[in-house]
Design a protein around this ligand. Structure first.
Ligand code: SF4
Length: 309
């Protein structure tokens, strides 16, 4: 079986920072360390941190007073920050700086009197956090049809911001539809879709052009992994989103000798190794990698950790 790996793939700088935040907090402060929500959307990462002493909770009232709590890479609403202060919790904020940037933009637009539209998936933790960071009414939408159904008067001062992990192409179409209906609308184009998400989408498109089938390694909960699977599927070849090697089905590979592999931004490289090991049990592998950009982005750890180093 010929295997072609996408480049880049897997962990982004925001996920590396979030995972390191939990690991270093455990090292510096000792277990238990509480983490609000899955630190990143990957069960293997969560399980590995749990084994090291992290305790995952959904809400802060599950955290004892004075304990250390880490906010996940997706960001949190202001009300959660306030609750942590009221309960005297010690906080390390692992919100990805690119998500914080969207929060800031939203607040600035709101302060300047714009009515805000957030292009994003309703209910996604990042979207909930962003909504809760902006002290104004925000309309969430995801599709061109939803743009067509908007009922703002034509001269409403409008601005939009975007979730960081969307499909660049789909978002471009939504932005174009917004601009058609409301030419005065302001916003950041698709630049706020994060560099790592964009790079992985470009890479999976190139990969899909030269393989018979694509495997995306990642969680069903991971928005950017789902998008990678969808982009590969648009090329007309089968594409599967799998958590690890156990999810493989031998029949997928009948008459499909060339397999492309990529991974979402919250998937560790060890999960790709796991998938390769499972594939090697089906057929001998010839593994190559497509050329692609080497990402150099790094984010500083949260202030509370830097101070202790
Ligand atoms: Fe940050 Fe992008 Fe990674 Fe999300 S995918 S954590 S926005 S670097």
């Amino acid at each position: 079986m010929k295997i072609i790996l996408a480049q880049p793939r897997g962990f982004c700088a925001g996920v590396v920072r979030a995972v390191e935040t939990v690991e270093q907090a455990l090292e510096l402060y000792g277990a238990p360390v509480y983490v609000r929500h899955e630190i990143v959307h990957n069960q293997h990462v969560v399980d590995s941190l749990r084994r090291k002493g992290a305790l995952f909770v959904e809400e802060l009232d599950e955290v004892p007073a004075n304990a250390l709590v880490i906010f996940s890479a997706h960001g949190v609403a202001r009300v959660v920050e306030d609750q942590a202060r009221q309960r005297h919790l010690r906080v390390l904020d692992a919100t990805c700086p690119l998500v914080s940037k969207v929060h800031n933009q939203g607040r600035q637009y709101a302060a300047r009197g714009y009515r805000l539209i957030l292009i994003g998936e309703p209910g996604h933790p990042e979207v909930l956090g962003t909504l809760g960071q902006i002290p104004a009414q925000v309309t969430v939408l995801l599709t061109v049809a939803q743009v067509e159904a908007l009922e703002f008067a034509a001269d409403t001062p409008l601005a939009y911001i975007t979730q960081t992990t969307l499909s660049v192409d789909d978002t471009r179409q939504v932005v174009a539809a917004l601009r058609r209906r409301y030419p005065q609308i302001v916003g950041p184009d698709t630049r706020d879709i994060c560099y790592a998400v964009q790079n992985r989408q470009v890479a999976v498109r190139a990969l899909s052009a030269c393989v018979d089938l694509v495997l995306v390694v990642g969680s069903q909960k991971s928005a950017n992994s789902v998008t990678l699977r969808d982009i590969a599927g648009e090329s007309g070849i089968p594409s599967y989103l799998i958590a690890d090697g156990r999810a493989l089905r031998r029949e997928w590979f009948d008459q499909r000798p060339t397999v492309g592999i990529t991974a979402g931004a919250s998937t560790p490289e060890s999960m790709i190794d796991d998938v390769l090991a499972a594939l090697a049990r089906i057929a001998p592998l010839d593994i190559t990698s497509l050329p692609g950009p080497e990402e150099q982005v790094q984010f500083r750890l949260p202030a509370g950790l830097i101070a202790r180093q």
